[in-house]
Design a protein around this ligand. Structure first.
Ligand code: XMP
Length: 534
């Protein structure tokens, strides 16, 4: 395993992702852990290397240092940006401060024949120098190498852009190998973890299952667990994994708020109760939700109502399961599909690890209220790993690679007041759109348009427009199709779906869903629009 010490850079998570992508297990911890903690972490003999991340701050603004033990374990250490500077400072070199710091493109000359950069280059200059195209933080820089180090990389503005002490296997780079703009970044990180640290690329989900199952059994013993199943990827994979570990000691509670997609509730039941033979309690609360939503058109108010009711219903159900009855000992654990990005500290050492309860599960504070212990078997995994795990556990590909779906469901996709009739029309229209996206293959990539988009759905507009059908006039509702491409959902582009696909979808919706006579396509990007309409 590899230890990543987080000094608070916004891209620390990417270091972990790149290393995991090389099938090497790694963990991110705040940089202010103690030397004893580090020695404890290494005590099982599995620690093969340490990465010191960058920081948003300057070495002159903060005094974060790596715990000394990092340099005494005898394992390779890679410092990135601030991590390199703190390494230089701690080991006797010099760093010069600067008040400005920006992230930008640079061409770095790779020097010397260090094990880290040997034969890694994007191009060679006429003089025969190997050059790397990188993203670099411009700001503070190392101005004097620590004893034992030699120069590994440089740019005109940053003469020491890389340094190496090959005897101790300590390396530092001023640029960021974890971002994709650094073309050889992946190769460099792979070189470090696989060759220099000598890890084996054995972090695969298939093997992880056995380990995870063992851990759950150990944690839970013979106690019972409840889990709120939403049909989303994380809670589904958590349910499948926990069920694999403890079978009937797990009860899933599936709250159907009546704002799910077409047949979604049945599909969840079929998968978990039918195929996996898990215990699932389905609570049909649609009347309650729709009743409370009647007359409410403000989006935030709708969200609040849905969130509150969800907690109430889940709590009531959980209370039944936690009190011991004739057939049950009473659950002692609440399981959640919390994943690594929800947990990982973003502000570095200054912001202490905060356990984030996923807001869309709307069960924040529940474990305490119900007196339950928290079970989070996915908290070490990234989203793509969770998906891989789901497939390895036998969940269907389509379920595991589903687009995200908001907690309030169709409640925020029916503009204004939510009514059952609207929801029924929307469900049918949306099912057609999704079906066509799944079945239409884009020839160059060979992928379906569903897989080529990050999120796609239909929005119900409670306005009527005039149309003609046969000899008659219609006066029916309008829907908008929305399909976006994004990597982080913070910004998004509307997808350039083929006209032929849009034509087929619109034709089918208008013909098959009586009550809708007009289909539009949303061509707004985020920002300034949001992905959802409410
Ligand atoms: P926006 O509309 O803000 O959406 O661009 C970004 C992502 O967040 C999802 N989303 C929600 N998810 N509860 C959720 O669990 C919500 O209230 C909510 N609102 C938006 C949205 O689907 C998109 O993936």
């Amino acid at each position: 395993k590899i230890l990543i010490l987080d000094f608070g850079s916004q891209v620390t998570q990417l270091i972990a992702r790149r290393i995991r992508e090389a099938h090497v297990y790694c963990e991110v911890h705040p940089c202010d852990v103690s030397s004893d903690w580090v020695r404890g972490f290494a005590a099982d003999g599995r620690l093969k290397g340490v990465v010191l991340s960058g920081s948003h701050a300057s070495v002159y603004e903060v005094d974060d240092k790596a715990p000394e033990a990092v340099y005494e374990l005898g394992v390779p250490v890679l410092g990135i940006c601030y991590g390199m500077q703190t390494m230089a400072q701690q080991l006797g070199g010099k760093v010069e401060g600067s008040h400005t710091r920006e992230f930008g493109y640079a061409e770095v000359r790779a020097r010397g024949h260090t094990a880290l950069l040997k034969d890694i280059a994007d191009f060679t200059t006429p003089e025969g120098h190997g050059m790397l195209k990188v993203w670099m933080s411009h700001g503070d820089k190392v101005t004097e190498l620590p004893p034992g180090f030699k120069l590994m990389a440089s740019t005109p503005s940053c003469p020491i852009a890389g340094m190496a002490d090959e005897a101790r296997r300590f390396y530092g780079v001023q640029f960021h190998p974890e971002v994709t703009h650094t073309v050889q970044g992946r190769a460099l990180l792979e070189r470090f973890v696989l060759e220099i640290c000598g890890t084996s690329p054995d972090w695969v989900m298939r093997d992880h299952i056995a380990e995870a199952v063992e851990k759950i059994r150990e944690q839970v013993g013979d106690e019972e667990v409840i889990l709120g199943l939403s049909g989303g990827v994380d809670s589904s994979v958590a349910a499948a994994l926990i069920h694999r570990a403890i079978g009937d000691q797990l009860t899933c509670v599936f709250v159907d708020h009546g704002l799910l997609r077409l047949n979604e509730g049945d599909m969840v039941m079929e998968m978990f109760a039918g195929k996996l033979h898990a215990k699932v309690v389905r609570v049909d609360a649609s009347e309650l939700f729709l009743g409370e939503l009647a007359g409410v058109s403000d989006p935030e108010q709708k969200r609040k109502i849905i969130g509150r009711l969800f907690v109430d219903v889940f709590k009531a159900e959980a209370a039944k399961l936690t009190s011991s009855g004739a057939s049950t000992k009473g659950a002692k654990w609440l399981a959640q599909g919390t994943i690594y990005p929800d947990v990982i500290e973003s502000g570095g050492a200054k912001s202490k690890k905060a356990v984030t309860i996923k807001s869309h599960h709307n069960v924040g504070g529940l474990p305490e209220q119900l007196g339950l212990k928290l079970l989070e078997p996915l908290r070490d995994l990234f989203k793509d790993e969770v998906r891989e795990l789901g497939v390895a556990l036998g969940l269907p590909h389509d379920m595991v690679y589903r687009h995200p779906f908001p907690g309030p469901g169709l409640g925020v996709r029916i503009l204004g007041e939510v009514k059952k009739d609207y929801a029924d029309l929307l469900r049918r229209a949306d099912a057609i759109f999704i079906e066509e996206l799944r079945s239409t293959i884009e020839p160059h990539s060979g992928k379906s348009w569903y897989d080529l988009t990050s999120q796609a759905f239909t929005v119900f507009l409670p306005v009527k427009s005039v149309g003609v059908m046969g000899d008659g006039r219609t006066y029916d509702y309008v829907v908008a199709l929305r399909a976006v491409q994004t990597s982080d959902f913070m910004t998004a582009d509307w997808a350039e779906l083929p006209y032929s696909l849009l034509k087929r979808v619109s034709g089918r919706i208008i013909n098959e869903v009586r009550g809708i006579n007009r289909v539009t396509y949303d061509v707004s990007s985020k920002p300034p629009a949001t992905i959802e309409w409410e």
